[in-house]
Design a protein around this ligand. Structure first.
Ligand SMILES: Nc1ncnc2c1ncn2[C@@H]1O[C@H](COP(=O)(O)OP(=O)(O)O)[C@@H](O)[C@H]1O
Ligand SMILES: [Mg+2]
Length: 255
């Protein structure tokens, strides 16, 4: 496939560029991205499409030729703006947007998709891959993970307002299913909490309170997941505050 000249760039990150092709979206990865990850994201998305969660449709995985070469995931485009853009434009309405965001996540957690990758297997693999953490702490984290309730809910794995698209009629859809698994909602909530906390502790607390109230979930369960989730975020090697994550990984501070 050759990308049309009319494309516009939506986002550029370490290993990918996301383009708007008009009626489709192309996520084009560079050579550092394992091709199997691109196919895995497409497979996750196809499974999510099949279980009925509002999401872009998976169209194809293809090799792009020309200047922007690399493997790409092509999906349908959902016209609209992200919830993150909405919050930035109208910070006084944060509470209202937060409720919509939380209700959408609770709705997703109500779905199951028995063939999705398993969350506990993914987290244990990520913990084992950590170089910043010694064997003793890794063992503690794996023991903790072992003791936590597994669950079978669809979990987005990177649920944050940049991955929620508000359509032209106000309907919400969710993109970016690269990290989707089936597992415990509380783990997914801990990840979203952590993503908020990297920018604003206040927003993170407001999020956690709203989720736990609306889903009738004890906050303690989310707290129990935090060290595991912080460790797996460390393993993702995104450009985030490593010291902050390491402080969360310190399992001895948590019981
Ligand atoms: N199908 C889509 N329809 C509309 N916008 C999209 C779609 N997919 C991605 N986007 C936009 O592109 C941005 C980056 O895409 P995303 O899949 O989230 O990549 P990343 O993994 O880099 O976060 C999103 O935050 C959203 O603004
Ligand atoms: Mg994203």
């Amino acid at each position: 496939m050759i990308l049309p000249d009319s494309k516009t760039e939506l986002a550029r990150r370490g290993n990918k560029v996301v383009y708007d092709l008009g009626d489709k979206i192309a996520k084009v990865f560079n050579e550092t991205k394992p091709v199997s990850d691109v196919f895995n994201e497409a497979l996750n998305l196809a499974r999510i499409n099949e279980c009925g969660i509002p999401s872009p449709k998976a169209i194809e995985v293809t090799q792009i030729e020309g200047d922007e070469n690399g493997w790409a995931l092509i999906t349908s485009k959902i016209p609209g703006v992200t919830l993150a853009e909405k919050i930035e434009a109208e910070p006084q309405r944060f509470g209202e947007y937060l409720e919509q965001f939380v209700d959408l996540q609770i709705e997703i957690h109500g779905y199951s998709s028995p063939l999705l990758n398993r969350q506990d297997a993914k987290y244990s693999r990520m913990i084992n891959s950590l170089e910043q953490i010694n064997a003793t702490t890794r063992y503690n984290l794996l023991e903790r993970l072992d003791g936590l309730k597994k669950g079978q809910s669809v979990c987005h794995g990177d649920f944050n307002p940049t991955n929620v698209i508000v359509g032209e009629n106000g309907e919400l859809a969710v993109c970016d299913w690269a990290h989707a698994t089936q597992g415990a909602p509380a783990a997914d909530v801990a990840m979203t909490y952590l993503l908020f906390a990297l920018n604003s502790k206040e927003q993170a607390e407001a999020y956690l309170e709203t989720y736990c109230n609306r889903a009738d979930m004890p906050m303690q369960i989310v707290h129990q997941w935090m060290p595991v989730i912080a460790a797996s975020e460390l393993a993702r090697k995104r450009k985030v505050d490593e010291e902050f994550l390491l402080s969360w990984v310190d399992v001895f501070d948590y019981q």
